[in-house]
Design a protein around this ligand. Structure first.
Ligand code: SF4
Length: 93
């Protein structure tokens, strides 16, 4: 899946973690399902991935809006971003 995106992602920092991606060669449609379609197969691949944490962090910090990254859907990543924002505000105040 990620090899399809390398060109798009150039210039966003160190992407060497992608070399360990468990989704290399997987069907990209699994990771970018139609609305309402199952994400189970993609998440199962992510669970076995050695670079899951780096992938998830990349998607969260770049605000990736689509697809399964690091085993999380866009909605799940949005929740993590919100929690981080709340934690950052609490830390400052
Ligand atoms: S965590 Fe999932 S989407 Fe990310 S590189 Fe691994 S298999 Fe691919």
């Amino acid at each position: 899946m990620l090899e399809d995106l390398r060109e798009t992602l150039e210039g966003v920092g160190d992407l060497s973690w992608q070399d360990g991606a468990n989704c290399t060669g997987a069907n990209a449609d699994l990771f970018f399902p139609e609305r309402g379609a199952s994400t189970r197969a993609a998440k199962a691949i992510c669970r076995e991935c050695g670079v899951r944490a780096a992938c998830l962090e990349f998607a969260i910090t770049t605000g990736e809006k689509f697809g399964i990254w690091g085993g999380m859907s866009e909605r799940e990543r949005r929740r993590v971003r919100r929690e981080r924002q709340v934690a950052a505000v609490r830390k400052v105040s």
